[in-house]
Ligand binder design. Sequence first.
Ligand code: SPV
Ligand code: MN
Length: 598
Amino acid sequence: MIDLFKRITVVRGEVDSLPEKVLAFLEHDVELCQPSFIHICDGSDEENRLMLDILMADEIIQTLPKYDNCVLAHTDPRDVARVESKTFISTQLQREAVALPKAGVKGQLGNWMSPRDLETAIQERFPGCMKGRTMYLLAYCMGPMGSPLSKFGIQVTDSAYVVACMRIMTRMGKQVLDAMGDGDFVRCLHSVGCPLPLKEPLQRNWPCNPKLTFIAHKTATNEVMSFGSGYGGNSLLGKKCFSLRIGSAIARREGWLAEHMLIVGVTNPEGVKRYLVAAFPSQCGKTNLAMLTATLPGYKVECVGDDIAWMRFDEKGQLRAINPENGFFGVCPARTSDGGVFWEGLEKDLPEGVTITSWLGEENWQPGSDHPAAHPNSRFCTPAGQCPTIDPNWEDPAGVPIDAIIFGGRRPVGIPLVYESLNWQHGVFVGATVSSEATSAAEYAGHEVMHDPFSARPFLSYNAGDYINHWLEMEMPGRRMPKIFHVNWFRRDSKGQFLWPGFGENIRVLDWILRRCSNEKDDIAEMSPIGFIPKQGSINMDGLENPVDWKKLFDLPKDFWIAEMDNIEKYLTDQINEDLPREMIKEIEDLRQRFNQF
Ligand code: SPV
Ligand code: MN
């Protein structure tokens, strides 16, 4: 055994049996972080119980007795979201990682760090950061085991909470180490940044280090380093860090797409099933759409994934998608006194005498209070296989065939319920110009509309101009290109009321989209300046509780669109500047031209 490990107690697993490369990685991180104990995770039920026992003893979790095998963790109120301002991509040249904005403009498409500054940042944080704690090593697979589309990762972490969640969110444990052998893996280092003994008392028993929080990615060498936060997107490194940031860099090199998209299968009353992917910025209801219960009779929606899609064209030219994840990490609610959970909107369904405890521990929280019961970004973490509407093919190693790509955002004005792009290049433009109201999944306040190209802005790991180019280059002879659509469930009238009921009624829009993807003879679309929009009456509105105002849903106010086009042009040219593909300039010109003739 290597000398280093003789000084540390290996509490579980055998370091000697690790593949050589994994051992070298472990050795490096042990030397850096100086944990007191090492635990090689096997992913077993027994190990999971041990993690939960540790978390219970540390009073980080409590059981929710109303449900089987369900626990609640309250975090330090300062550690509740991704921290985009402290998320970095490190490459030799800045321009590899981020487009260089116009002079005097602040870049919004990611933060670059030089290799030298990264080394300094690491040295300021990681040496000795696990003193007194256990370093867990977990091997995991993103994507179904055995799929040619899947990829391996190794994460070391000093958080039992992270181990328990990674076991849900990924395929994790001994079987992965066995399958991986001497193969490559993404190297992930995570620490909550609270060596023992503590220098400051914990808040709500949740170890974190908000002052020093940072999440860094070395895309050239497939490495992630995360410090100071236990929150999902910052600490479950298989998710945003690997599957999106490192993933899209690998995808670019290998010619495929790693996207912030849900994947669903929709079956119509004739029994025809088609799959689609949809990209929305964080907190626009991706999980809701992924688990939609159709209100139209005879339709069924089944879920393959709710957050991330890895997609590749197969040898027949068909785009196929896998969900790299194994669980859902969705927005969820507060605790009730009967050991259950409370979602806003369930006020009327609360059993008599049951009270709500807010996320800040305030007992007897009252509906209608001036502050929400749960932090708006509080999350649940649960295995995908437990979803009642999980798709039977969700773990198909070949992936599911994709017929349509949907982009969307939260747009209160101007943007119609649905439109279809004119062709692939125009569709890429639609993706590049996604905007949405700000979200509490990161550190933003307020609701201003923010640009979020491909809903991947927080997850870009290389120059946005190259990202757009990579999308453009997907179109090749012999490939059946999916149609690209844009949806907006969130348009409001002048009184601020939503014009569309949303939720299960969104099946009506999915139905229209999928009819556009079949070779249906009925003419259900008409040309507009922004693309094809539904002909009046072509979306099935049968049985809608309240009639919708078609005109207001599909109106294209010219003054709004003139401002929107100016805004898009300014954003793309300011932010992507010299790296903006000329195809995007052409699309803006064509859009202007079409409005001029409108
Ligand atoms: C998102 O913010 O887009 C999420 C949640 O899916 S997290 O994984 O925490 O980033
Ligand atoms: Mn997400």
